[in-house]
Design a protein around this ligand. Structure first.
Ligand code: NAP
Length: 525
């Protein structure tokens, strides 16, 4: 497939008319062809009108049809071959192996949602049969299933050009739920977005679905993004990016005459708690594991360990010395975009100038443009508790060690934290009581709590939670990774006293889809 620089409005390739963006190769700072002229409010309206026109037909496709569609998208992405890998490498500066792995994850996500759709549990069918003889009042026949919310706007993430972009987790879960999707491509990787968009549009065509099931737009967030979130035909939003961007979209969604949910994944510093025995027994190994997690992918993961919390003393000093030695050896790595590099430099500069924090170590200096030099800082708990600036996310390979003078102060620091995607506990047997005392706080603060691991690396599976209280996300009740992500785009409808022939198939008396229903209070086997 060749790159055209066009928007995809349903099956139609359309040239935008606003200022064009070109991807920048962050390794060279060179602009890449073609130019992507931005869409207008009119283009947004056309894509949303098509999505709305497709909605009723698409949401009632059979589970088999929809699962087959998701699998066809995966096949079409794989058929793009090296062209996709090469373009994504050029647009992001990420290593080829990482992009290949991410393509695998993207296709696995789509196939996993195909399995979920076929299994039908997401329909969550509940049946309360009529009790006409019940006294003092009879009970009507009541049947509940989940239905799709409506067309969903998806904002591609800069840091996962495949797995959280055009056909990434938000799109896969929305399509699985029965929602048409309009994607606003991230301006950092328009070519990668176009290739995947063409693959997705091809899958729509091959599966004979209405064209409005998928559209792809380019353009400035303040025009295209806000118009998309404000369009009355859009019923939910999926977003991964900055705190300010996520908040702007939440405000736009709330300001509509009909407010809609925004599932924004924004900002997390992912605290790691090093308990006394673990720190004493294996401080060096912990330092190695921590720095490997911190510097992986230039630290450009939402689960990057940006905060380490421990009791001060010789064991913590040895840990900081060992981690500093590792950080000093870490080579500088190209970041995703000049903008992300500049935000990192600003964040690190602010910490370096903060009189409450001290630079413990800096990594190897940059050898080219947009390179992230790793940094480790240390501070005292009293300063951390007093200065909100020390809690700001620095997106990249920077972390802050907070030295506490007691278990009680560790709990105070934990209580002071904003909402997080993850919290990590490094503990040995002797630390269990201290960890247990911290758990209630961490359950209130984080979406995933890990023991003796590192937060980077998010498994796509049924039990995963990639979410958490604000500002980690805008809605702590859900996850954006894993199969439970489908629940974000569904809502329950109850059918009362319907004749069998009028009921949706999933709710009919004979249970033709052979679903495991909740029938008169008991789960069917
Ligand atoms: P971003 O600036 O939030 O942009 C993400 C998307 O949202 C883009 O399509 C952008 O469009 C749009 N957008 C941003 N602000 C908007 C607004 N006010 N109104 C409407 N649309 C808006 O995120 P980014 O470019 O990926 O990275 C910037 C920073 O975000 C990073 O330095 C990092 O701090 C943070 N980040 C965090 C995570 C995480 O997982 N925690 C992941 C990625 C990035 P335009 O590009 O046209 O503005």
């Amino acid at each position: 497939m060749t790159l055209t620089g066009n928007l995809l409005i349903g099956q139609r390739a359309v040239t935008g008319s606003r200022e064009a963006i070109r991807a920048i190769d962050p390794a060279t700072d060179q602009a890449l062809e073609p130019a992507y002229a931005g869409g207008t409010g009119e283009h947004v309206a056309q894509a949303c009108a098509l999505a709305w026109a497709a909605f009723d037909e698409y949401r009632e496709t059979s589970v088999e049809q929809r699962a087959h569609f998701l699998e066809t998208i995966a096949e079409q992405i794989e058929a793009l071959g090296d062209a996709l890998i090469d373009r994504a490498v050029a647009e992001t500066g990420l290593p080829k192996a990482r992009i290949q792995g991410e393509r695998g994850r993207t296709c696995t996500q789509l196939r996993t949602f195909a399995r979920v759709v076929r299994a039908g549990e997401w329909l969550d069918v509940r049946v309360d049969n009529a009790l006409p003889e019940r006294q003092p009042l009879p009970r009507p026949d009541l049947r509940q299933r989940q239905v799709a919310l409506g067309p969903v706007a998806v904002f591609g993430a800069s840091n996962f050009p495949l797995a959280f972009s055009v056909a990434g987790g938000d799109t896969a879960s929305a399509l699985a739920a029965g929602c048409p999707v309009v994607v606003k491509a991230h301006g950092a990787h328009p070519g990668t977005s176009e290739l995947v968009g063409q693959a997705l549009a091809q899958a729509v065509k091959r599966c004979g679905l209405p064209e409005g099931v998928f559209s792809l737009l380019y353009g400035a967030g303040r025009e295209v993004g806000i118009a998309l979130v404000s369009d009355p035909r859009i019923k939910a939003v999926g977003f991964t990016g900055s705190r300010s961007g996520g908040i702007a979209l939440c405000q736009a969604a709330q300001a509509r005459p009909e407010p809609i949910p925004v599932y924004a994944e924004m900002s997390s510093i992912n605290p790691v708690f090093l308990f006394d025995a673990a720190l004493h027994n294996r401080g060096e190994a912990l330092a190695q594991g921590f720095v490997a997690s911190l510097t992986q992918g230039a630290g450009q993961f939402c689960t990057n360990p940006g905060l380490v919390i421990a009791r001060q003393g010789p064991a913590l000093q040895r840990f900081v010395a060992a981690a500093s030695a590792q950080v000093q050896r870490a080579g500088a790595q190209t970041m995703l975009t000049p903008g992300i590099f500049s935000a990192y430099a600003t964040g690190v500069g602010a910490l370096a100038e903060n009189s409450n924090a001290e630079v413990a170590a800096s990594g190897q200096p940059p050898q080219g443009p947009n390179q992230c030099q790793a940094h480790l800082f240390v501070t005292q708990a009293s300063a951390f508790l007093a200065d909100p600036a020390l809690q700001a996310e620095v997106f990249g390979a920077a972390s802050l060690v907070v030295a506490c003078d007691s278990d009680a102060q560790i709990r105070q620091v934990a209580e002071h934290l904003e909402g997080q995607l993850t919290a990590t506990l490094q503990l040995d047997e002797a630390d269990l009581d201290s960890a247990r005392a911290l758990l209630p706080t961490l359950e209130r603060k984080a979406g995933r709590i890990l023991v003796n691991g590192w937060p980077t690396g998010v498994e796509v599976c049924d039990a995963m939670v990639h979410g958490g209280p604000f500002p980690a996300t805008s809605d702590a009740r859900t996850t954006s990774v894993g199969t439970a992500a489908i629940l974000r785009f569904l809502r329950p409808v109850c059918y009362q006293d319907f004749p069998d022939g009028l009921l949706p198939e999933a709710l009919r008396h004979g249970n033709p889809l052979q679903l495991r229903r909740l029938l008169d209070g008991k789960r069917e086997g």
